[in-house]
Design a protein. Structure first.
Ligand code: PMP
Length: 397
């Protein structure tokens, strides 16, 4: 080049013509169709009947902080956590949501309006990068005066004012197990733990999680994303009340039809444990863990010969209290890392594979996220396609 130096850039090599014409594989979204075959086999157990005279009232349980929550759902949630051992529910209030997405917003509202928060400036909301891309979008959507996006928790100075830290564990996108990055260091931070993936399908259950606000969702637990049921386990009754108020003002509650169906599905999943004679492998969680482990094995095998193109994170084996054995996490997403200078999602796109690039998660475009929880055919097609994916180094003189 003009300076007389030589630089090396990595470019996306155009795929062979046959691949250019090959069908698009969409691994961008985290739509949990992976468990559909299990539910096709076992779906009959979950059937409920809702008559014309059911679900007329807005109200469900006037004695509960979350008055629109069906007692059956509350009981089923507590039970499934007891059986799986992934969260301490004793002393927690349960707040239901239309998925956990809305509960994240309810928690932001509750935490940013509590008496100890300084209201003069919007509270910063931070999360260690790579972070779930939707947090930033949700925080910024309404340009609230209560809170605003503060970016990467790792580089955030939490000493100045109260702030909110979101901890996602296992993390979306990279599957890492996490603790707060900054909140516990300064005493100014309020925590929201998003534990959407803390189920034996994806990760060993090492202990019951026990935090101030824990978000869970049926979407990732059983795969029923379309039912739109999520829940928060909340220690402080005032926070639980404010979250309920948020739900009341924005949606006047959550579909009772969905709640009843979710209660039934969670009951079936918890009862499974008893029927299977305490053999965790034969339960929904055991079978789905096996499925996820098989997918990961196939992915690792396919990527093995592609070290020059991309690598995957390694996860140490841990003892799972639920299944009574050591196993390696099998996260809902694969987090691919390409070499310096390579745009990972552009590379995949050139091969007709849609993924979500690192920049959406607050990190470099060298990374991209692929869904591991989509349909079987799509996943298999992706595995076949991996062998043809390559980056090339070009000498730019
Ligand atoms: N948190 C995380 C980390 C997620 O990945 C998702 C779904 N992609 C959600 C929350 C929201 O799930 P839902 O609204 O379907 O409950």
């Amino acid at each position: 080049n003009r300076n007389g130096t030589t630089t090396t850039t990595t470019t996306v090599k155009p795929p062979p013509v046959t691949l250019q014409q090959s069908p698009i594989i969409n691994l961008d979204r985290g739509d949990p169709s992976v468990f559909e075959p299990y539910w096709r086999k076992n779906g009959g157990k979950c059937t409920i009947t809702i008559s014309g005279h059911d679900s007329l009232s807005y109200f469900s349980d006037p004695n509960s902080v979350c008055w629109y929550m069906e007692p059956e759902l509350q009981e089923a949630i507590r039970r499934v956590h007891r059986v799986v051992g992934n969260a301490e529910t004793e002393g927690c209030h349960v707040v239901a949501g239309t998925g956990s997405t809305v509960l994240f917003q309810a928690a932001l509202y509750a935490l940013s309006t509590s008496s100890s928060s300084v209201a003069a400036e919007p509270m910063k909301v931070v999360c260690a990068a790579p972070y779930y891309s939707q947090y930033k979008e949700q925080v910024e959507l309404l340009q609230s005066r209560l809170y605003e996006w503060g970016g990467d928790a790792e580089t955030f100075d939490g000493s100045a004012a109260p702030f909110i830290e979101v901890v996602t564990s296992p993390n979306n996108p990279d599957g890492s197990l996490r603790e707060a990055a900054v909140a516990n260091k300064t005493g100014n931070g309020k925590l929201i733990h998003d534990l959407a993936y803390y189920w034996p399908n994806y990760t060993p259950i090492t202990r019951p999680a026990d935090y101030d606000i824990m978000l869970f969702t049926l979407t990732k637990c059983t795969g029923h994303a379309g039912s739109r049921i999520g829940w928060a386990l909340v220690k402080d009754v005032e926070v639980a009340k404010k979250m309920t108020t948020f739900m009341q003002i924005t949606t006047i509650g959550v579909s009772k039809d969905s709640q009843l169906r979710a209660a039934k599905i969670l009951d079936v999943v918890a009862e499974d444990f008893g029927y299977a004679g305490n053999d965790a492998d034969k339960t929904f969680f055991g079978e789905s863990r096996k499925l996820m482990a098989e997918r990961w094995e196939k992915l690792r095998e396919a990527v093995k010969d592609k070290k020059d193109v991309f690598t995957l994170p390694k996860y140490p084996k841990r003892y799972c209290n639920f299944s009574g054995r050591y196993f390696q996490p099998a996260p809902a997403f694969g987090w691919l890392e390409c070499k310096e200078g390579c745009d990972a999602s552009a590379l995949m796109k050139a091969h007709n594979v849609l993924t979500r690039g690192g920049e959406t998660f607050g990190v470099s475009s060298r990374y991209t996220r692929i869904s591991m929880i989509g349909r079987e055919e799509e996943f298999e097609r992706f595995i076949e396609r991996i062998s043809g994916i390559q980056c090339v180094d070009e000498e730019d003189e």
